[in-house]
Design a protein around this ligand. Structure first.
Ligand SMILES: Cc1cc2nc3c(=O)[nH]c(=O)nc-3n(C[C@H](O)[C@H](O)[C@H](O)COP(=O)(O)OP(=O)(O)OC[C@H]3O[C@@H](n4cnc5c(N)ncnc54)[C@H](O)[C@@H]3O)c2cc1C
Length: 303
């Protein structure tokens, strides 16, 4: 039987020491790695480098709020822990609570979801929207990078060989906005890899939009957010014509390869829905996709 060398450090310091001297693969929940390295049924996965098992490191398991009011999520926190935490921003809780099914949510970590750098990953959408940063730690010290810069391109991240992601810092939350939106389009209600997710948030100053953010996953080679598109509406009053301008501009940003018509049309509908409902200032701050509104243009499936 082929052997896999595995390191199981007991502390973060020990893990970083191993990282500094060994070319190894960090393994947290293993839900991506065990699939990407799988072999035939009944045969253990194969790894071409030693594996550094970091899933039990206590230093990576905490969720807290720092002195600046930013939510700091330990890299090893699972989707279930994130979904259940009251201090985690709303958009991220939604994404975490709809990942996979229960068993997966108990093992999949936020760092793994980011480091996997899949355009279909669910947490990068909210993380891009809220200007979140990853904290990267090595024996030499720490640096923080926007998640949107850390994910360089499809399956490529800006991680140095001696570093680990140790935390995700989220500076903004629903408290910074008047209306919020998050929706995942999948083939099932659970265990569905996203066909599309859309995150939106808006703030008004009187009738004028003072902040607007929009990000989408599964709509191109990486998560899409465009500050240029957002600027089209900031400083203005929402009109139907302006909504169409934003929709057309975002359509230029996304580049879905599979089912492009479906993904483009669903994206257009969700932006139109959010901005037009928000402009009416409803009481409910969460603008959802109920009330007979169909994201896809087709009747929603009944479960
Ligand atoms: C059945 C199934 C359903 C799924 N459904 C969804 C879904 O609905 N939505 C979704 O977004 N994803 C889904 N996934 C993908 C996967 O579960 C997630 O991407 C998950 O968050 C990965 O986390 P992990 O801890 O398991 O990562 P791992 O598999 O342990 O690692 C993934 C990558 O991250 C790196 N890594 C992990 N932790 C660190 C760290 N601290 N520092 C540096 N690098 C690190 C690893 O080296 C590896 O490259 C699904 C997967 C399966 C198998």
């Amino acid at each position: 039987m082929e052997e896999v060398r595995a390191y199981i450090p007991e502390t973060l310091k020990e893990a970083l020491e191993i990282r500094s001297r060994t070319d190894c693969i960090p393994l947290a929940g293993g839900s991506d790695l065990m699939v990407s390295n799988k072999r035939t049924t009944g045969v253990a996965p194969s790894f071409d480098k030693p594996v550094l098992i970091i899933r039990n490191l206590k230093e990576l398991k905490e969720i807290s709020v720092n002195g600046k009011g930013e939510c700091v999520i330990g890299a090893g926190c699972t989707s279930a822990e994130i979904a259940q935490s009251s201090v985690v921003p709303w958009h991220l809780r939604q994404a975490a609570s709809r990942m996979g099914a229960v068993a997966l949510r108990n093992s999949a970590t936020i760092a793994g979801n980011i480091a996997n750098a899949s355009p279909k990953g669910d947490t990068p959408g909210p993380l891009y929207l809220l200007d979140a940063r990853v904290r990267l730690t090595s024996l030499a010290g720490e640096r923080e990078v926007l998640v949107s810069d850390f994910i360089v391109k499809f399956k490529t991240i800006d991680l140095h060989p001696d570093e680990l992601i140790t935390a995700v810092v989220v500076p903004l939350s629903e408290r910074n906005f008047d209306y919020i939106f998050w929706h995942k389009v999948g083939t099932r209600k659970a265990n569905a890899i996203s066909k599309l997710t859309l995150s939106q948030a808006i703030k008004f100053d009187g009738r004028i939009v003072s902040d607007y953010r929009l990000s989408a996953t599964a709509t191109g080679a990486k998560t899409n957010r465009s500050r240029e598109v957002e600027k089209l509406i900031i400083g203005k009053e929402i009109t139907p014509a302006l909504i169409e301008q934003v929709i057309d501009a975002f359509d230029e940003v996304i580049s879905p390869r599979a089912m492009p018509e479906f993904r483009r049309e669903a994206t257009r509908r969700m932006i139109r829905r959010f901005l037009s409902v928000a402009s009416e200032r409803p009481e409910n701050r969460v603008i959802d996709t109920f009330d007979g509104f169909h994201v896809t243009g087709q009747p929603e499936p009944v479960f």
